[in-house]
Design a protein around this ligand. Structure first.
Ligand code: SF4
Length: 406
């Protein structure tokens, strides 16, 4: 099936095309990136129709493993880009989800329903349990709807878990990884050679991202906010096309390396760090660009350090997750934010979350206070997971925030 877009989602698609053809007209690498974005879900559907194993996957740690089995993961985040009010209405009316339920839960569940009705070839869902009660309910709803749903336990390493306790946690997680492999392939035996190759690939791509982020310090406006957001999102799932995504990063490094140093841009840019998920209200990114902000730091996708290629690859997968900012406790992300503040000379933080997410709002408030006490201002933004225009109030707040920093 080809995705039939609502008018809001079509507008969003036009936004991406405009960014590709006009805003980034000078960059073949970013143009190629946006082509990957645009084709991701439709091409995955086609691959599914052609007999390839394709799953909806909302669990970042699993992506190298999924690719190592030959399957294609379709990240939940891309469901947001193609879903709109219709999906929300399905969740509220058909599934009777309360209006105040998080927009991510409503948008994904509603979109899965709509796609199933339209004959989607993707009928398996891999999500995580325990972290989020609304999503746990959504999994049950999706099972009743006929989807094959598998959920892994939440990855959480409490602060202070070291030594023997940490090793037990690693073994617990390794066991979970094998269970997931069984759901995906029918066996707990993992193809370690293939997984090793995927880990090597991921390390290469993270090094490329580090190079790009370093080069952007001298060319902060070359890749605009929407572009860098998708570049970083792609580091998790490669848009279903690892080789093409690799080409994008290679070409972008080359483009940035050939540029003359631009001192005026460097002085004009207001370095910012984005924390939290990616907003689908693309107008937010335009507002940042237009106000002179440059998103030079991110904490959602880990790219600061490599997987260990010298140990068992399954264990390497577990240790990478448990030793990165994705290990659950907000203190891990806070460390990464602090490192990035120093590295890019950040003047402010954008703390972004989805409407209706109580977990996120508590974390953002903790960050706000912690960094405020360190003299780093932040702005707390809440948006929708599904597409839609940002409210005028959000845009005004962003403009005012960046003006205050300049
Ligand atoms: S944004 Fe929050 S409430 Fe929504 S799915 Fe994620 S954790 Fe759950």
């Amino acid at each position: 099936m080809s995705t039939i877009l609502t008018s809001e989602a079509q507008e969003q698609l036009n936004h991406i095309r405009h960014s590709r053809d006009v805003v980034h007209a000078y960059s073949p690498a970013i143009q190629k990136l946006f082509n990957l974005v645009i084709d991701y879900v439709d091409d995955a559907e086609k691959a599914g129709q052609g007999g390839k194993k394709v799953i909806w996957a909302g669990v970042p740690w699993a992506m190298p493993l999924i690719y190592s089995t030959g399957a294609i993961p379709v990240a939940f985040s891309e469901l947001g880009r193609i879903s709109g009010q219709e999906a929300i209405t399905i969740s509220e009316d058909h599934y009777q989800m309360p209006a105040e339920t998080c927009s991510m839960v409503k948008a994904t569940a509603g979109e899965w329903y709509l796609r199933k009705q339209a004959g989607s070839s993707i009928t398996r869902i891999f999500g995580s349990s325990s972290a989020c009660e609304p999503y746990n309910l959504a999994w049950e709803v999706m099972k009743k709807e006929g989807f094959d749903v598998y959920t892994s336990d939440v990855v959480y390493r409490a602060p202070g878990v070291e030594g023997g306790r940490y090793e037990e946690l690693v073994q617990y997680f390794v066991d979970e990884i094998r269970e997931f492999n069984e759901w995906l392939t029918g066996t707990r035996e993992i193809d370690k050679d293939s997984l090793h190759l995927e880990i090597t690939r991921k390390n290469y791509l993270m090094r490329r991202i580090r190079e790009i982020m370093d080069l952007r310090l001298n060319h902060p406006f070359y890749v605009k906010s929407l572009g860098i957001m998708y570049l970083l999102n792609g580091l998790t799932h490669y848009f279903g096309k690892p080789e093409e995504y690799t080409e994008v990063l290679d070409s972008l490094v080359e483009e940035l390396s050939l540029l003359e140093a631009n001192e005026a841009d460097r002085r004009r840019a207001i370095p910012l760090i984005w924390t939290g998920g990616s907003g689908q209200e693309f107008g937010i990114y335009d507002a940042i660009d237009n106000a002179g902000g440059a998103l030079l730091g991110f904490v959602s996708s880990p790219y600061a350090k490599d997987y260990n290629e010298d140990i068992d690859p399954v264990e390497s997968l577990a240790r990478f997750q448990l030793e990165s900012q994705m290990a659950g406790a907000s203190i891990y992300r806070r460390h990464v934010i602090e490192q990035q503040i120093d590295k890019i000379g950040a003047r402010g933080l954008i703390l972004y979350g989805y409407l209706g997410c109580s977990f996120g709002s508590v974390t953002r408030e903790m960050y706000r206070e912690y960094f405020h006490n360190k003299g780093i201002p932040s702005i707390n933004l809440e948006g929708t997971f599904q597409v839609g225009p940002p409210s005028g109030q959000i845009l005004t707040r962003i403009r005012a925030f960046i003006e205050m920093l300049s």
